[in-house]
Write a protein that binds this ligand. Structure first.
Ligand SMILES: [Zn+2]
Ligand SMILES: [Zn+2]
Length: 108
């Protein structure tokens, strides 16, 4: 088993998803984008990491690059309002930096 690269899944785990209980099975297991329902392929899918769904059942959501980028930008935009570190000094906030990098790096 390869070690989980937490630097990689970190910002993805912060992206808010639609309520898992409202998602059809295709979106719960990552066959379709969790936001826009586009069918995903190995090449396009961005793994959003394991999340807990209804009744503690694990879901494995994935997103298309467009939606992941949009979600990263949205989360980045509101992050500073809820982050003590950002109020103090945003330059030092790892989360802010990780979200920004995610928004910029997701491939088109
Ligand atoms: Zn999408
Ligand atoms: Zn912050």
């Amino acid at each position: 088993m390869p070690a989980v690269d937490t630097a990689d899944v970190g910002p993805l785990a912060l992206l808010p998803l639609p309520s898992a209980s409202a998602l059809p099975e295709t979106q719960r297991r990552g066959a379709a984008c969790v936001w826009c329902q586009t069918r995903l392929t190995i090449e396009t899918a961005v793994d959003l990491g394991e999340r807990s769904g209804p009744g503690g059942v694990k879901i494995f959501p994935r997103g298309c690059p467009d939606c992941v980028r949009a979600a990263a930008l949205r989360t980045y935009g509101v992050h500073a309002d809820t982050c003590e570190q950002c109020v103090d000094n945003p330059i030092l906030c790892d989360t802010r930096r990780a979200l920004r990098r995610l928004a910029l790096e997701v491939r088109r």
